[in-house]
Design a protein around this ligand. Structure first.
Ligand code: AMP
Length: 285
């Protein structure tokens, strides 16, 4: 297994990457918030296949957490993450401090467009501003050829694709499918905050979304589908619904007549954490 280089400062990272990039090596980039699981590692696996060098960042980005959200409680384990990143074939692990990434308060905000008004954008105001800020900084620091994002966070992925297109960013965005536990629960760093009983119930989310996909095929209206999916979740778990929403993907609009794919996405609150999941459904004809 090749060496893993762990780097904490922007300057050291750019010096190391500059050397490699001058030799014509391609860079694949996997941005994360750490507490790694197999979902993150599948991004690395794909990056490994398509690039000479794989860079992973681990940074719990304060700019994307609102007041009262779980920035402090977000799970962290740098040592375990370094071991997993090494075993998965990451070459460079970038773990900056918040002070390294944000030496000054305030500054410029990036305002995403209408794709950020639905779903998590509605219940987490400012969240995607913070995501785009850190993503742009990381893209400028790493200058990757390809960047890997999971469909688990389908809204984030759609907004980042638009960002790259609208601002002519150099990196190519690669979509990676959601990795799940055997019982269907989407892997997430936040799953550790489920109680034992909630962990047993949580696969109800994915089952409800699959039911949603069947209802799409049957041609029910968006409102009926959203209602039935929400009902299936609250009937089969103690989770409460933040949202269940059917939209065109990746446009994230309610106009689903002209789209090739729709998404049924949901956020569900449990006692100590909030989980998101989605299913993307191709439309025939
Ligand atoms: P996070 O650390 O939660 O910010 O996630 C970092 C990246 O991993 C994002 O692109 C996520 O979409 C992706 N990711 C998180 N969970 C999964 C999963 N279960 N399957 C695939 N990708 C995932």
């Amino acid at each position: 297994m090749a060496e893993l280089t762990i780097i904490h400062t922007i300057q050291e990272l750019q010096t190391l990457l500059g050397r490699n990039q001058r030799q014509g090596k391609t860079v694949g980039f996997v941005p994360t918030m750490g507490f790694l699981h197999e979902g993150h590692l599948s991004l690395v696996e794909q990056a490994r296949q398509q690039n000479d060098i794989v860079v992973m960042s681990i940074f719990v980005n304060p700019a994307q957490f609102g007041p009262g959200e779980d920035f402090e409680a977000y799970p962290r384990d740098a040592q375990r993450d370094a071991g997993l990143a090494h075993d998965a074939g990451v070459d460079i692990l970038f773990m900056p401090t918040p002070e390294e990434m944000y030496p000054q308060e305030g500054g410029i905000r990036i305002l995403p467009g209408s794709q950020a008004t639905e779903l998590c954008g509605a219940s987490r105001p400012g969240h995607f501003d913070g995501v785009l800020k850190v993503v742009l900084k990381l893209f400028n620091i790493v200058d990757p050829d390809r960047s890997y994002f999971g469909l688990k966070d389908a809204q984030q992925l759609a907004i980042i694709e638009t960002f790259v297109r609208d601002f002519n960013l150099r990196t190519k965005i690669v979509r990676v499918p959601t990795v799940r536990e055997q019982d269907g629960l989407a892997k997430s760093s936040r799953n550790v905050h489920l109680t034992e009983a909630e962990r047993q119930e949580a696969p109800a989310i994915q089952r409800a979304l699959q039911k949603g996909a069947l209802l799409v095929a049957e041609g029910l209206s968006a409102g009926e589908i959203e209602q039935q999916v929400a009902e299936a979740i609250v009937t089969n778990s103690t989770g409460s619904i933040d949202y269940v929403s059917l939209l065109a993907y990746p446009a994230l609009t309610k106009e689903i007549d002209q789209t090739n794919e729709v998404i049924v996405a949901c956020a569900v609150k449990f006692s100590k954490t909030r989980l998101i999941d989605n299913i993307i459904i191709p439309l025939k004809g």
